[in-house]
Design a protein around this ligand. Structure first.
Ligand SMILES: *[C@@H]1O[C@H](CO)[C@@H](O)[C@H](O)[C@H]1NC(C)=O
Length: 299
């Protein structure tokens, strides 16, 4: 629906999307811009061209491979799972997303990092389907995941089973640069996960708006609003402009509903709301922990 309404926008949009595409091709040397904060190069997630720790090798065991076919038992504090449709032949599977983020929260309120990353693996596929302009974000997210997987496969693996253990371990060892990035070290798990955490809020808000809004509301606008609330405060002017253009090229509402493969719009909205609730639960636990430890503004 978006592109037809914006003919006079097309030329500059196409030009800038082209630029965006070119700049994304040349990652990690050339990011979209220099971040205002600290003058470092950075993109959507505030990266600095990190490479994952070298011990990272091969694929870590992810829950997603086994969890797609059965939903885990309902967990404490989370409503029982609604029907999660399967989407034959599609990369993104909302059922895997739900299963991973549900399994991620233990009855004691701990967050299992393996399942958290499995949920993100599915979210990346979702971001990928939002359009070529989101490719940069998908790749940055992938890099963050690889850093965390590197920690999980590294010499301190036992400390990276849960979010709570990771935070306690990294703080105790002084691995978290509270004011500046510690030079010459792989980025801390705390800092890396914070970037994913902020992007999770964006997706939570966007999917929530998409499931609650009326047909007259433009998904591009909803996505932009979610971005303003969740991510824009951490971005430089240039990244915000590029993001704004990416939103203009978003698929239509019908196409977005189609991604969850529900039967009809009502069910699509219900499935999306379900996902939003599960994501919000995980987000809230992370947010409380980071706030309690003073980690929300890590550089
Ligand atoms: C998450 O926190 C927000 C704000 O505190 C609250 O409104 C929402 O109900 C919480 N959601 C879940 C699922 O815990």
């Amino acid at each position: 629906m978006g592109p037809q309404r914006l003919p006079w926008f097309l030329l500059p949009t196409a030009a800038l999307l082209g630029l965006l595409f070119l700049s994304s091709l040349r990652l990690p040397e050339v990011h979209l811009s220099a971040c205002v904060r600290g003058g470092r190069p950075c993109g959507w997630l505030g990266g600095r061209g990190e490479t994952p720790p070298s011990e990272e090798n091969g694929k870590p065991p992810l829950l997603a491979q086994t969890s797609g076919s059965r939903l885990p038992l309902p967990r404490h504090g989370i409503p029982p799972p609604a029907r999660a449709p399967r989407c034959p032949g599609q990369a993104f599977q909302i059922s895997r997303l739900l299963a991973a983020f549900r399994a991620c929260l233990t009855p004691d309120g701990e967050i299992l990092l393996g399942e958290y990353l499995a949920g993100w693996k599915e979210l990346i596929k979702l971001i990928d389907t939002l359009g070529a302009a989101f490719g940069l974000l998908a790749r940055e997210t992938q890099t963050k995941m690889e850093i965390l997987q590197g920690h999980r496969a590294g010499p301190h693996a036992p400390h990276y089973r849960t979010l709570q253990a990771m935070v306690a371990f990294e703080l105790r060892r002084g691995l978290v640069g509270l004011r500046a990035l510690p030079p010459g070290r792989p980025p801390s798990g705390c800092r890396t996960l914070l970037r994913l955490h902020r992007a999770l809020k964006w997706l939570e808000l966007f999917l929530g708006k998409l499931s609650r809004s009326g047909p007259e509301e433009d998904p591009s606008q909803l996505c932009a609003e979610a971005y303003q609330a969740a991510l824009a405060p951490y971005h430089s002017w240039w990244v915000r402009q590029a993001a704004g253009l990416a939103f203009l090229a978003l698929p239509s509402r019908q196409e977005l509903y189609g991604l969850v493969c529900a039967e009809g719009e009502r069910e699509a909205r219900a499935v999306l709301l379900d996902a939003v609730g599960v994501i919000a639960g995980v987000y809230n636990v992370t947010q409380r922990l980071y706030a309690a430890r003073g980690l929300l503004e890590l550089p």
